[in-house]
Ligand binder design. Sequence first.
Ligand SMILES: Nc1nc2c(c(=O)[nH]1)N[C@H]1C(S)=C(S)[C@@H](COP(=O)(O)OP(=O)(O)OC[C@H]3O[C@@H](n4cnc5c(N)ncnc54)[C@H](O)[C@@H]3O)O[C@H]1N2
Ligand code: MOO
Length: 449
Amino acid sequence: MLKPFFKVLSPGEALELFKAFEPLHQESISMCDALFRVLAEPLIAEEDVPGFNRSTMDGIAVRAADTFGASESSPALFTLTGEIAMGELPDMKLKKGEAVRIWTGGALPPNADAVVMIEHVEQIDRTTVEILKSVAPYENVVRKGEDFKAGDVLLPAGHRLRPQDLGMLAAMGKSEVTVYRKPKIAVLSSGDEIVPVHETPRPGCMRDVNRHTISAMITEAHATPVWIGIARDNLPDLASNIDRGLSEADAIVISGGSSMGSRDHVIEAITAYEDSEVLLHGVSISPGKPLILGQVNGKAIIGLPGHPVSAMVCLQQFVVPLMRRLEGETSLGPFLHPCIHAHLRRNVPSKEGRTDFVRVRLEQGNGQLFATPVMGKSGMVSSMVRAHGYFIIQTDCEGLYKGDLVKVYLFSDWMEGSLEKEYLSGHETAGRSACPVLTASQQERLSRI
Ligand SMILES: Nc1nc2c(c(=O)[nH]1)N[C@H]1C(S)=C(S)[C@@H](COP(=O)(O)OP(=O)(O)OC[C@H]3O[C@@H](n4cnc5c(N)ncnc54)[C@H](O)[C@@H]3O)O[C@H]1N2
Ligand code: MOO
């Protein structure tokens, strides 16, 4: 007997369900392992950095006031009293008209407040120099605490650490950080016709594409994929694979078996657990409509549609936000929004009440950027490979016209969930305004994808 979708939700409603899971536990790790991990506590500076007034140039340290009025036509004479060794904190006090040699990064003497660059200093004899340019107080100096001060909140909890953030941890001597545990996501393929990549499929069978696209996308989202296996189209086999997934991971992603056929067992497998709930079956997007979200003992079980394109779209739009939620991420992290505006090459019809993800190829012509929809059904992985990115046709739109300006999300960096962004930033609109012209190097990059 066929089972109907019990309730198709809008993508916004579905996204809320995916984001309702609790973040994982916290752990303390070495900063050397902390790249792209998410802070569980705000990072608060414990000391001033730098801890002393520091020269940013090679030159001579002076009291700025002594240089006022100096110029090429009217140089000021200074007595050179010595040189500040790197790594030393000098205690000598400069008297009026005195200067001391200093190198980039060196500590200024207590009463010096500026550095004259070596280029503006003429050596007259061993102890006398003249300067050809005055300096303002704190010119060529990073002041004590100017980078950051003790007590400053440098990064909030929920921030995903980027390379520059690790630099700041290093600068403040924080060798250990408290982060959220990195989610482990069990990956499970399903279907009697699916064979592993190293096997030659019998007629009627197909190689397992989803294992690889899904695992790669999980890795790209900085979580850890845990391969479980290929479940056969029967409830006991699927259930025992889900059992393994539940014991080894924080959430499970199953591809295939999400639809309404008699061999689609994901819903039954979820509801067979005592503490379980099916939160979603069906979302008004294309491709990807038969998406499932359930929970078993508080762990998310996601049933992705089996078609490779549908599985990737659902993973990107819903499972990436779930993984970010499990990892406690609240900031945009290192993921800026890689999108570009382009004019549609042809009309693209859509159905009201459905959000469409349309794969496109980008090309440059007449100084403008154009997006050509890539043909191909959601079972064809080549349609993803041929595309540079995708644009979204919103639910209340019946289609777009040739020439309309669309926002294309690029696959090469498609980490940053676009739907989530659309809901944050309001409605996506298409118009006919000018689109950006690519630079020669951007065009070159595009042609290589
Ligand atoms: N009568 C209806 N049939 C279908 C509907 C519908 O509404 N009514 N929805 C269609 C849509 S849309 C999709 S998407 C698929 C979803 O199907 P399932 O999630 O149940 O997945 P399967 O039937 O198991 O597989 C679909 C398709 O994908 C291939 N597949 C599955 N796993 C893999 C894998 N790991 N690697 C490569 N390819 C895979 C599988 O062989 C099938 O061809 O349902 C439609 N049907
Ligand atoms: O949702 Mo299916 O994913 O349209 O091909």
